[in-house]
Ligand binder design. Structure first.
Ligand code: KG4
Ligand code: ZN
Length: 410
């Protein structure tokens, strides 16, 4: 008989957050229930560098994975200490640990921590483990993949690997009715720290790339321009916050004017590095140097200038994104518009996009994730893994799973 519900563990380590989630998926609809969703953020560590430093991020994932897994299992009620009789004999367990050691050739410390964990706790009631295989920072992806390979081989649980870009889009099914044939074609935009990608989903599994950024991603532009203004990493949330603090009357008086690169181009590509350079020149012209010192933002003049700049940077990015989504949705007669990725957490973007769609494309369905599922998380990995698993109800051969830093959508 077909299993009605499956419990999925999702792991996501493609960038700087160590995320583990456990969800229950009911097969019929499908419907998802989040049992736990733990994100261990490395923001404080990367702030110093003004961006993510891959080797450091990898080390943090190695430190965090076991404690985050413990937390996720505890929260989901799946955490049981092994009873006095070990579940497997010492002899078998030694053979198994030898297998694990091979997986962790270059990750000794993680192997040691995981070994203690696996000896102490019982196999949890999980049906599937999913992990991001790309795109992302290769060293970080490998830590997650090796960790999952070890768990799956030790506990004998199937694995499915997932595409981070699709995960940012598929997370939209949470709490909403699933997409049906009538909802296609869908125009999808992933807009994050690493990607600005517009693609068409003609049906489940049928994708066509429409356009992407030729240089910096939109989130990267938020991060880099924030740095020029002497603001902390990540730039998106702080720019959004400071922009929102400028009163409407002062907003209307903002005299800074930044370019909207490629806004009128006939294709669906993006480019944000020119916007970053324009901010750099504007700051240098006004103050003779850039980046601004962070102390400058504590002076009255500094605060006002930075807020004005934040309003204009945010608006320039929003204008370009909205223009391209609308153009693609109209050109391809989209039935649905779907967004995902860290930048979609931006309140102004959400508000303005909703308004334009309601006005210009009132019959088009519009999906954006709840704020907490815009930035990287493992719930999205588990949901996407579920859809891959559903096709033939089998895992992948775990030995063959490899990190792919440049994994494409098709
Ligand atoms: O999806 P995500 O967590 O990681 C990647 O896959 O890149 O996105 C992180 C990006 C960062 O560049 C961050 O500045 C941006 O999302 N971001 C925002 C906001 N919150 C996060 N950008 C604009 N407004 C926000 N509120
Ligand atoms: Zn992401």
């Amino acid at each position: 008989m077909e299993q009605k519900e499956i419990i999925i563990l999702g792991i996501e380590t493609s960038c700087d957050d160590t995320s583990i989630a456990i969800i229950k998926a009911s097969n019929k609809k499908p419907k998802f229930k989040i049992l736990s969703d733990i994100v261990s953020s490395q923001v404080e560590i990367h702030k110093k560098w003004g961006g993510v430093y891959p080797t450091l991020a990898k080390r943090e994932h190695q430190k965090n994975l076991v404690p985050v897994l413990e937390k996720a299992l505890k929260k989901a009620g799946l955490f049981k200490i092994s009873n006095s009789k070990p579940l497997i004999s010492n002899k078998i367990s030694n053979v198994k640990f030898q297998e694990l050691k091979k997986i962790f050739e270059r990750e000794e410390s993680l192997f040691r921590k995981l070994k203690i964990f696996l000896k102490k706790y019982q196999k949890p009631n999980l049906d599937l483990i999913t992990v991001t295989k790309g795109p992302g920072l290769e060293p970080c992806l490998w830590v997650g993949i090796n960790f999952v390979k070890a768990l799956a081989s030790f506990w004998k649980i199937p694995i499915i690997s997932t595409n981070h870009l699709k995960s940012h889009i598929f997370v939209n099914v949470l709490g909403k009715k699933p997409l049906e044939k009538k909802d296609f074609p869908a125009v999808c935009l992933v807009v994050s720290g690493g990607h600005t990608l517009l693609f068409l989903m003609k049906d489940f599994g049928k994708y066509k790339i429409l356009g992407e950024t030729r240089d910096d991603a939109a989130g990267e532009c938020f991060d880099k321009t924030a740095r020029i203004l002497g603001l902390e990493y990540p730039g998106g949330p702080i720019i959004a916050k400071l922009a929102s603090q400028l009163k409407q009357a002062d907003r209307d008086r903002v005299s800074i004017s930044l370019p909207r690169p490629m806004i009128h181009s006939k294709d669906y590509d993006f480019s944000f590095s020119g916007l970053k350079t324009a901010v750099l020149y504007a700051v240098k012209k006004k103050y003779g140097k850039a980046p601004l010192r962070s102390a400058f933002s504590r002076t009255t003049e500094g605060r006002q200038y930075i807020k004005q700049m934040c309003v204009e940077i945010q608006q320039a990015i929003i204008d370009v994104l909205i223009k391209k989504i609308l153009k693609a949705a109209k050109d391809y007669k989209a039935k649905t518009i779907i967004l995902g990725g860290g930048v979609v957490a931006n309140f102004e973007l959400r508000k303005q996009l909703k308004k334009v769609i309601q006005k210009e494309l009132p019959n088009v369905q519009y999906l954006i994730p709840n704020i907490q599922f815009c930035t990287d998380n493992a719930v999205m990995t588990a949901v996407t893994g579920y859809f891959r698993w559903k096709k033939n109800k089998k895992g992948e051969g775990w030995e063959g799973i490899k990190a792919d830093a440049n994994l494409k959508i098709i």
